[in-house]
Design a binder for this molecule. Structure first.
Ligand code: R5P
Length: 333
């Protein structure tokens, strides 16, 4: 298919090179040649070892750990591409960080998700491709086109193939209930919701303290529960929710989560939790950073991202692939 740009090129930072290499394999083009070095003073140096003049450049960088380093690498790579006369620069950010800092919900706090969007645009991105933002409204922090894809249907299909007749989808909090309901509808199961509430109680010394109370809306007794969330960080929320489900008589508990940040000893905690399997995607997952756990199943979004990149390069609709295949819940044009 023809494109208004000479050539499609993809480059990756150190955010998730395995995923980026898979994407370039699906695109059938070699990964762009770039040198990224960190000096002893932590300054990052980037040099493109090939010309990008008038080319359609996609910079792939997931914003997992080490976060600040990955952000700086992305910004510097975007700046490098723009200053090297790329025809167009697209930032492919499979996991967008700071998504939870998207509003001023207490005095004297920042909106870091917006700050990050501003920095990415100032650095030179002319469009964004991302997957399952923590809140869809973050799209509006950008004044450039954002193709937000969803990997939820990949997770749905994985569970649908198991043909369980006793499954129930569970949202781990009220905030995720709408997306969990979509998941349950696609899978054809009922929905339950864990309600997490902060309550105040008097301590022994009569001082007030806040504790979290979990309650369940819906019925899970004797059922296989699928806890669905957009991200898992320490695992705390999902492990607590799983304990509640088991206490309410669930048969087994599974988790389906798009972004596996898995900070600190999250895998160790999950291994010894009530969750028998975590199904996730490779937006962040780096096998070299995570210890083995046979309950971890990682689905790749590389083919999907490659197809979207190819379509954007060729100037054809991204939305139509989702409509035809009912593949993902897209929010794009
Ligand atoms: C919260 O709103 C998110 O959807 C996740 O539930 C949260 O980020 C998970 O964090 P953790 O794994 O540390 O409990």
């Amino acid at each position: 298919m023809s494109s208004r740009f000479d050539e499609l090129r993809v480059f990756t930072g150190n955010g998730n090179p395995q995923l980026a290499n898979e994407i370039s394999r699906h695109l059938n083009i070699p990964m762009g040649d770039v040198t990224i070095k960190t000096f002893p003073n932590d300054n990052i140096f980037v040099r493109l070892n090939e010309s990008v003049r008038e080319k359609d450049v996609f910079v792939i960088q997931s914003l997992g750990l080490p976060l600040s380093n990955n952000i700086m690498e992305l910004l510097i790579m975007l700046d490098t591409c723009r200053r090297s006369s790329a025809g167009r620069v697209t930032a492919v950010i499979p996991y967008y960080a700071y998504g939870r800092t998207d509003k001023r919900d207490q005095p004297r706090v920042p909106i870091t998700a917006r700050l990050l969007a501003d920095m990415i645009q100032v650095a030179g991105a002319e469009r964004i491709i991302t997957i399952d933002l923590h809140a869809g409204q973050i799209q509006g922090f950008f004044s450039i086109p954002v193709d937000e894809l969803s990997a939820m249907s990949l997770l749905v299909r994985d569970f649908a193939a198991r043909n369980w007749d006793d499954a129930v989808v569970v949202s781990p909090d009220l905030g995720f209930a709408k997306r969990a309901r979509n998941f349950a509808e696609q899978l054809g199961t009922p929905l339950a919701i864990v309600e997490k509430r902060r309550i105040q109680q008097l301590d022994r010394d009569k001082s007030l303290s806040r504790v979290e109370a979990l309650s369940l809306i819906g019925d899970v007794e004797g059922r296989r529960c699928i806890l669905v969330d957009d991200e898992i960080l320490t695992g705390g929320s999902i492990i607590e929710a799983a304990d509640l489900l088991m206490a309410k008589g669930a048969r087994e508990v599974y988790a389906a989560v798009v972004h596996a940040v898995l900070a600190g000893n999250a895998i160790e905690r999950l291994k010894s939790s009530a969750i028998c399997e975590l199904v996730t995607t490779d937006t962040l997952y780096r096998p070299d950073n995570n210890p083995e756990w046979e309950g971890l199943r990682v689905l790749s979004i590389a083919q999907l991202l490659a197809e979207v990149i190819q379509r954007i390069h060729s100037g054809i609709s991204v939305g139509s692939i989702f409509m035809h295949r009912n593949l993902l819940w897209g929010k794009h044009s």
